[in-house]
Design a protein around this ligand. Structure first.
Ligand code: IMO
Ligand code: MG
Length: 437
């Protein structure tokens, strides 16, 4: 009984432009739901010279008729969320349709500290986290020590759970990390105020989603992070701590799998990564090309402002991502960034210790990976003004065809700039299927 549902996921290491695509599809949705991660994401939306960067709030918030739910599988930093809500208000956006699941877990100040201390402790093996406390909050959830939103709203339960946590965390701070301890009172007093501010937004998301399904509402699930950062299927241990693949939608929102229908994968026309970890197609020896991609694509973290590592498109990894997510609609973003290059390279196979492979291995850590490249001709023309596929330069179309043939998947949409209207519909039939659901 698949119904009116669209799922958006990133197919690389994040920052594929999911925010823009969510914004595009939100217009036609009744609900936009986040199902994993937290404020480690940074989804940028560009509307007529105004830029919105959303970290936790679903990108549907720009439309006042869309209900935005921060689902059960998300970890919520109340302080950061309140800040985000206030910022939206300052920009004239009404966030009254933003709701939080009672089951979501709360990120506490000790999670942020633990994130920082662990990264420092790891030294050169650091993960390069956003230091938002995401990992430690999920660790507490799995360790059955977490504080859920529903606990947070009840002063007695909150106090009890917080006390327990602070006793243990202070032991860790002192005995493992040799750091100062934290005070229960000041955290309790600060956070109880946040609970009051957020109280009216808290809902039973499971019930709300069931109601939406019965009423045949259109639901869009907005993924954060991406496939290669998924805790199980990414480049472990250099990953985030949630299930950022399509499988995570059911776990993190409570929707039954049988209701999911369209799986929309978003990839950039090249690759980037922030943080540490394997990146087979990273451009290391040609700073000119790397910096050209970084500057044209404005590849600086929207959460941490770090310069992103840049590389050519990795089709071995992309194929794996499409397969693991069951992608049936593919979107390519930032195609305009690849204009004005003499040539464009794509990775079509890996060579690991002399073995040529065309699948994404379960372990890339400490491995020397040589990419087998296909070198394609570049195109000199700028393309951001083009709106019809046929009008793209031939070499650009060749690039797109090469990707489609390799993946055996049709591309629905090409994004050629950050503005809402800078898109080329490549496959009208498929596009209208997801757009009208
Ligand atoms: P969006 O949703 C890119 C990366 C971090 C680090 C690793 C673990 O904007 O695509 P974490 O703080 O999650 O424990 O860090 O994951 N990372 C992201 N990289 N985009 C993101 O989100 C990311 N969220 C986390 O850089 O390597
Ligand atoms: Mg981002």
């Amino acid at each position: 009984m698949p119904s009116n549902t669209n799922v958006i996921v990133g197919l690389q290491w994040g920052d594929e432009g999911k925010g823009k695509i969510t914004d595009l599809l939100s217009r036609n949705s009744d609900y936009v739901i986040r199902y994993q991660g937290g404020n480690n994401s940074g989804h940028s939306i560009h509307i007529k010279n105004r830029y919105f960067i959303l970290h936790l709030i679903p990108s549907g918030v720009i439309y006042s008729n869309v209900k935005c739910i921060i689902g059960p599988g998300v970890v919520i930093d109340p302080k950061s969320l309140i800040h985000e809500i206030q910022n939206l208000k300052l920009m004239g956006i009404d966030p009254s349709n933003v709701f939080l699941s009672k089951r979501a877990h709360v990120i506490m100040p000790y999670h942020r500290l633990l994130d920082k201390y662990k990264e420092e402790y790891l030294g050169k093996n650091f993960i390069g986290t956003t230091r938002c406390g995401i990992g430690p909050a999920y660790e507490d959830k799995i360790g059955r020590m977490g504080i859920r939103i529903i606990d947070f709203l009840d002063p007695k339960i909150f106090s009890k759970k917080l006390k327990n946590n602070i006793i243990i965390k202070n032991k860790i701070f002192q005995k493992i990390y040799n750091k100062p301890i934290i005070s229960y009172e000041s955290i309790y007093n600060e956070y109880i105020e946040y609970a009051k501010i957020l109280n009216h937004r808290v809902i039973d998301a499971v019930y709300e989603i069931q109601k939406a399904l019965k009423n045949k509402k259109k639901i869009l699930f907005e993924g954060a992070q991406a496939t290669l950062l998924d805790i199980d299927y990414g480049t472990y241990p250099y990953v985030t701590t949630s299930s950022s693949t399509t499988g995570g939608v059911c776990i993190g929102s409570g929707i039954p799998p049988s209701f999911l229908k369209n799986f929309i994968g978003v990839t950039k026309s090249y690759c980037t990564r922030v943080g540490n970890g394997p990146f087979p197609t990273e451009i290391i020896d040609n700073e000119l090309i790397r910096d050209k991609i970084r500057n044209k694509g404005n590849e600086y973290g929207s959460t941490t402002k770090r310069p992103r590592r840049c590389g050519w498109l990795d089709l071995v990894a992309l194929k794996y991502s499409c397969e693991i997510n069951g992608i049936n609609y593919l979107i390519i973003t930032k195609l305009d960034v690849l204009s004005e290059f003499d040539y464009i390279k794509v990775c079509i196979q890996y060579n690991i210790n002399g073995n040529q492979i065309n699948y994404f291995p379960s372990n890339l850590e400490n491995k020397k990976i040589n990419c087998i490249w296909k070198k394609l001709n570049g195109w000199k023309e700028k393309i951001s003004h083009i709106r019809e596929y046929e009008k793209l330069p031939n070499n650009c179309k060749n690039y797109i065809n090469f990707i489609e043939c390799y993946l055996k998947l049709k591309i629905v949409l090409l994004s050629i700039g950050s503005e809402r209207n800078q898109n080329i519909i490549k496959d009208n039939y498929l596009f209208h299927k997801i757009f009208s659901m």
